[in-house]
Design a protein around this ligand. Structure first.
Ligand code: TXA
Ligand code: MG
Length: 310
């Protein structure tokens, strides 16, 4: 990636324009977090309901603490997992520079320090918080390749940076740290076990943590291709494409991971859902994926793709 391209992207953000930005999780559609018109353009481009707040991306944990109030647990999480695929929801600072619209009017704010070198370079050049939801249109699978990001929201962006295929393939883990309580709002590559090893047991579901520990984005249908998705399938029915997991399951072309590797399966998940969808099958069947480690995030996205909400 050329320094010129990074500078041009930072200038586009300063001018209130949108930028397609690679991160280690998925591609994002980025805007200046402090510019309500630019943030409104993101909601418009994605067809995203305005009640669904955005994640503010910053270059360092110190910059994150200028936007949000961190307690010891939030600090420990930031220290352990940043830069990387973790988002922390914490009380927003009034003068933090993330506009009301980006927070959907909530008094909390979601912050993340991404690990991808291109995202980090843009954040360093822009020197302010950048909101970046996944670059898909609302309700569709997140883009994990540059081509998929361009296809989803390319026309709305003034600049687009190609960072190659995303390593992780599913969106960041979202954890809320509010009023001394912690909840897992969205599973991701930073796993429940890793978080619990650091901060102690998490409630089994978000309702266990109470008011405020809820992710508005989780209330809507998500990650859905056009074709119906059938999960925990033992095989394909007539006209279905089977996305296999594990040795000897289905066609190698459509395998999440032939060796049963959860990281590989996460990396391939959204790309294969999109590719399968382009074949216009009767349906997309998906082999069972175990619920351990990254499997929690994979199963979460698959359940939503299959139409289960909540
Ligand atoms: O990996 C990622 O997080 C990607 C990359 C581009 O960084 N971004 C991403 O953003 O997935 P988005 O907007 O698609 O998902 C953000 C999630 C939504 O479920 C939203 O409801 C939740 O974070 N969220 C944001 N602010 C929140 C808040 N204050 N309280 C609770 N949930 C919040
Ligand atoms: Mg999204």
């Amino acid at each position: 990636m050329s320094e010129d391209a990074i500078q041009a992207a930072a200038r586009a953000l300063s001018a209130g324009r949108l930028v397609i930005l690679p991160t280690e999780t998925v591609y994002g559609l980025a805007a200046d977090a402090g510019n309500p018109e630019a943030v409104a353009a993101i909601f418009e481009a994605k067809g995203r309901p305005r009640f669904n707040p955005l994640i503010a991306h910053v270059a360092t944990a110190a910059a994150a603490e200028r936007l949000a109030v961190f307690d010891d647990a939030a600090r420990a999480l930031a220290q352990a997992f940043w830069p990387g695929p973790l988002t922390i929801v914490a009380p927003a600072r009034a003068d933090g520079g993330v506009c009301d619209l980006a927070r959907a009017g909530l008094d909390s704010v979601a912050v993340r320090v991404p690990g991808h070198p291109v995202a980090r370079a843009v954040l360093a050049a822009f020197a302010g918080p950048v909101v970046a939801p996944s670059a898909n249109r609302s309700g569709r699978p997140s883009p994990t390749t540059f081509a998929d990001a361009l296809e989803e929201t390319g026309p709305s962006a003034a600049a687009a940076l190609d960072g190659g295929p995303c390593d992780v393939g599913v969106e960041s883990t979202v954890v809320s740290v509010l009023d001394g309580r912690i909840a897992l709002l969205r599973p991701g590559a930073v796993t429940r076990d890793q978080i619990e090893a650091l901060v102690g047991p998490l409630p089994a579901d978000q309702d266990g943590a109470g008011e405020g520990h809820r992710s508005p984005g989780r209330l809507t249908l998500h990650y859905a291709p056009e074709a119906p998705v059938r999960i925990n399938a033992q095989g394909a029915s007539d006209g279905e494409i089977l996305l296999g997991f594990g040795p000897g399951v289905g066609d190698p072309r459509w395998t999440l991971s032939a060796t049963g590797d959860l990281r590989e399966a996460a990396t391939n998940l959204f790309r294969l859902l999109r590719e399968a969808d382009r074949e216009h099958p009767v349906g997309i069947a998906v082999s069972p994926v175990p619920m351990l480690e990254l499997g929690e995030a994979i199963n979460d996205r698959l359940r939503r793709a299959a139409g289960f909400v909540g």
